[in-house]
Design a protein around this ligand. Structure first.
Ligand code: C2O
Ligand code: CU
Ligand code: CU
Length: 556
């Protein structure tokens, strides 16, 4: 019984499929509510073959084969640093003047490769990635996020998805990912606004130095807006980091990586499913891997140390980056800042939305051309000059202590399932968190300043990168478990030992890979502002199709 659910109610699956092709989210919602075994009982059985099938791309249009393009002919662009347009009073305390920025999302044309015509995109400040926001811990900034987009979207909206039904095509709201900011400045997905409007957000930056990023978060079209180019890097600095004498200035470079599919004439292509009324696809994977907005860029470097701030800004792709000549990355930081000490790595693994702070020392590679690969594919080249240089920067052996949070500090443990629902034909049609929809009542309500353990129970075949807004957390461990025992009896049967996080993720995180058939536990101090935030899978196609939930930090 390949496609039936575990309870043998195969009609559920038929009905689920036909319901999902209907126009209203509500209809599928009420259907799941009617089903006697409830939403979690609808998890369908899975097989590798089915998985491969849904991951394949529908052949609807010709796409450009990126590997046919000349490699390493364009220099790596460095996104501009956002310029403040003066000081403005804080709305909450008009006597305090703070730096004010205005970043407008606009249509733009981006030259992504020497041999391609400019690509139409939507970017902040007309660039993709948008300008890098530079902030210091202890300072406050105001950012006006303006919607200067046209009235019509150029990517395929699925009107059945939450938030996309009966709303304007073009909507935006910007979230500062990793920023610990008040809820009314966090970019709540339903706080979107239309072309011609803007929202001014207040970021009181009190957190440790880290690379954050900003991106669109509009309900139901987030995957399309980000795909169109609506994101950029944000860097928080502080005194602890200053004192480390890490490579800086022109020796510190953001590498924002994102994949796209292109049409033969170099335009963005976002495929749709083979059902015209249900165009959503479960994941977008493109063969064109762009770094800072260029395909196959090269970077001329000196034989010395560099600091790279690497961000995976892709909708769904995971990266595994290596240097062809075996050079090491010295990882110094995770999503939320510095590690206790550097870790030497031969490869960098990044799930969507994850960041890695690395130092690379080219001093032994004088005169070499080093290709950086993602799996087997070259994506960027470093051209090391043979010049004699002096490098006064350091790679200290001690960076910043990351005190391990003891499990005993947690006042509560939440078991939360990651659920994927399939049609009889094997297509993924819906993803939920803990079998609840976005519009269901808020169920996660941690108390402000309390610490909780969240256990992500993942019966699916995929890793889901789970992100919580407003907090930083630590990964406790992962453990293999028996999905069917949990599905049928709500019994957690473990099939192996607790595996500690990998060294490269054993620091402060805001996004963690919940691996397939495992229980991933994170420990989260909710030391931020009270109010409504969200948590979600950062595969944007999943997030847009219900794999996102509100949560509320309750004032203590
Ligand atoms: Cu990158 Cu809701 O976040
Ligand atoms: Cu976020
Ligand atoms: Cu997911």
């Amino acid at each position: 019984m390949l496609n039936g659910c575990s309870f043998g109610c195969i009609h559920c699956c038929f009905m689920l499929e036909s319901t999902l092709e209907g126009p209203l989210v509500n209809s599928r919602r009420s259907f799941l509510k009617q089903c006697s075994i409830g939403a979690s009982g609808l998890v369908l059985s899975r097989s590798g073959a089915l998985s491969a099938m849904t991951h394949a791309m529908p052949a609807q249009a010709q796409t450009l084969n990126a590997s046919t393009l000349a490699q390493f002919v364009d220099p790596l662009p460095i996104p501009p640093v956002a310029k403040s347009s003066g000081m403005r009073p804080l709305p909450s305390s008009p006597k305090t003047n703070v730096p004010y920025y205005r970043l407008a999302a606009q249509p733009t044309e981006l030259k992504i490769h020497r041999d391609l015509k400019p690509t139409r995109m939507w970017g902040f400040g007309g660039s993709v990635p948008g300008p890098t926001l530079e902030m210091r811990s202890g300072e406050e900034v105001l950012v006006e996020w303006a919607n200067e987009l046209p009235q019509q979207h150029f990517l395929p909206i699925d009107y059945r998805l939450h938030g996309a039904d009966g709303t304007p095509q073009v909507r935006m709201v910007t979230h500062l990912h990793g920023g610990i900011v008040p809820p009314d400045s966090d970019g709540y997905p339903e706080d979107w606004y239309v072309p011609g409007k803007s929202l001014t957000y207040h970021y009181p930056i009190k957190q440790d130095a880290a690379m954050l990023w900003y991106h669109d978060h509009a309900m139901g079209i987030n995957r399309l807006n980000v795909y169109a180019g609506m994101f950029g890097a944000a860097i928080v600095r502080d005194k602890v980091e200053d004192a480390l004498n890490l490579p800086s200035g022109k020796y510190e470079i953001p590498l924002v990586i994102f994949d796209r599919l292109l049409t033969p004439d170099g335009q963005l292509y976002y495929p749709i499913s083979d059902k015209p009324r249900a165009p959503w696809i479960p994941e977008l994977f493109g063969d064109a891997v762009l770094i800072n907005g260029k395909l196959f860029p090269y970077l001329a470097v000196e034989p010395r140390k560099y600091r790279f701030r690497v961000l995976n800004g892709s909708n769904a792709r995971f990266y595994n980056l290596t240097f062809q000549n075996g050079l090491s990355f010295h990882q110094i930081g995770t999503d939320q800042g510095l590690l206790p000490s550097p870790i030497s790595l031969k490869n960098l693994e990044l799930a969507p939305a994850e960041r890695m702070d690395v130092v690379v020392d080219f001093s032994d590679s004088r005169g070499e051309q080093i290709v950086m690969k993602n799996d087997a594919v070259g994506v960027m080249q470093f051209r090391v000059s043979s010049a004699k240089v002096s490098d006064s920067s350091s790679l200290p052996s001690q960076l910043r202590p990351v005190p391990k949070i003891a499990e005993s500090e947690a006042v509560k443990t939440r078991l939360l399932t990651l659920d994927e629902y399939r049609s009889l034909a094997g297509d993924t049609v819906l993803l939920l968190l803990n079998a609840t929809y976005w519009h269901d009542p808020v169920s996660e309500k941690p108390a402000q300043n309390s610490t909780e353990i969240w256990s992500f129970i993942n019966p699916t075949d995929d890793t889901h990168p789970i992100h919580l807004h407003a907090v930083r957390f630590q990964i406790l461990d992962r453990q293999k478990y028996a999905p069917w025992a949990y599905q049928s009896k709500k019994e957690l049967q473990f099939l192996g030992p607790r595996i500690p996080p990998e060294p490269f993720e054993a620091g402060w995180k805001d996004t963690a890979g919940a691996h397939s058939k495992m229980v991933t536990r994170i420990i989260v101090p909710f030391n931020s502002y009270p109010g409504r935030y969200v948590w979600h899978c950062h595969i944007l196609e999943h997030e847009d199709n219900e794999m996102m939930r509100p949560y509320e930090i309750v004032a203590s």
